[in-house]
Design a protein around this ligand. Structure first.
Ligand code: NDP
Length: 272
């Protein structure tokens, strides 16, 4: 018999997750603070609860996908007794410390808890491109993963409840870094009158695809620079990129990643 899911939160992400679970044949009871967001889901077979406690009582497993940590606490505080009957999976983004403190708070009320981090956007939920990071008790993950796998490939990252957030925030940092670089690249080509679409298609994308394994593989916490990358040569290269950007009149906030790399390179040179 499929596990019944209580789903709290029908924002852009919550709605998409709930719909994907319904389409995969799960039995889902939904709740949202502001009523009127469940129509489409009810048409697909969901039940709508009028308060969180009613939803939790109708599920073997509760999933929360709310705005932030404060909204999770506000929603769960009145229903801790109901929650002690079945595990809670929190797919709401937050900081590492918030996740650890939430785990402690829930543990104090006898609630089994798995923390999650969604590595997807609503458009990719339910596709090969989506994965969900989980951390917390391994046995709980083993039980929950098959139930929630339709939304994205489940990936357990450790017992520490903070680790799902940690890996999520760190992975997003990698994405924003690449995104900042790509935005700056396009701004530069645009400012100098280049063909932005051709640049993106024929140069930027193939280049980034070739560099991606190297970037992710060689990412490092130290300021040391491998032998084959002469630090002085790299510093000069970065100065050239920054000058090109300044000459083109690209706003300085778009080249912040280059300035940060130059700063690191100069530190490496100074450290010998
Ligand atoms: P939305 O802003 O679309 O929805 C927020 C949801 O939280 C709504 O259901 C809202 O209810 C509810 N909410 C807000 N405050 C409270 C409160 N005090 N008590 C109860 N419910 C509350 O956000 P998303 O659905 O896009 O995101 C949800 C979570 O998923 C976030 O943590 C986000 O970081 C994460 N996420 C989102 C991604 C995305 O691309 N959208 C990608 C990866 C993660 P109401 O309708 O009443 O306002």
């Amino acid at each position: 018999k499929p596990e019944r899911i209580a789903f709290l939160g029908l924002g852009a992400m919550g709605r998409t997750l709930a719909r994907t679970l319904l389409e995969a044949g799960r039995e889902v009871t939904v709740w949202n603070r502001t009523p009127g967001k469940a129509g489409d889901l009810v048409a697909r077979g969901a039940r709508e609860a009028s308060d969180p406690g009613e939803a939790i009582d109708a599920g073997d497993l509760t999933v929360a996908c709310l705005l932030d940590d404060a909204s999770v606490r506000e929603t769960l505080a009145p229903v801790l007794r109901e929650l002690s009957g079945g595990p809670l999976v929190n797919l709401t983004s937050g900081s590492v410390r918030q996740a650890r403190e939430l785990a402690r708070w829930l543990d104090g009320h006898g609630v089994r808890f798995l923390a999650g981090g969604i590595l997807a956007v609503p458009q990719t939920v339910g596709t090969e491109a989506a994965s969900v990071l989980y951390s917390g008790p391994r046995d709980l993950f083993d039980r929950v993963a098959p139930v929630l796998s339709p939304v994205g490939r489940p990936h357990w990252v450790g017992e520490d409840p903070g680790f799902a957030s940690l890996y999520d925030m760190a992975a997003l940092s990698g994405m924003y870094g690449m995104s900042a670089g790509a935005d700056h690249a396009v701004a530069l080509v645009h400012a100098e009158g280049g063909d932005v679409e051709a640049f993106k298609r024929d140069v930027l994308r193939p280049w980034m695809e070739r560099m991606l394994p190297i970037i992710a593989g060689e990412a490092d916490v130290s300021v040391s620079v491998p032998e084959e990358y002469n630090a002085a040569m790299q510093a000069t290269g970065l100065e050239n990129m920054i000058s090109t950007s300044e000459e083109a009149g690209v706003p300085a906030e778009l080249s912040g990643h280059l300035r940060a790399s130059l700063w690191r390179m100069r530190r490496a040179i100074a450290a010998g």
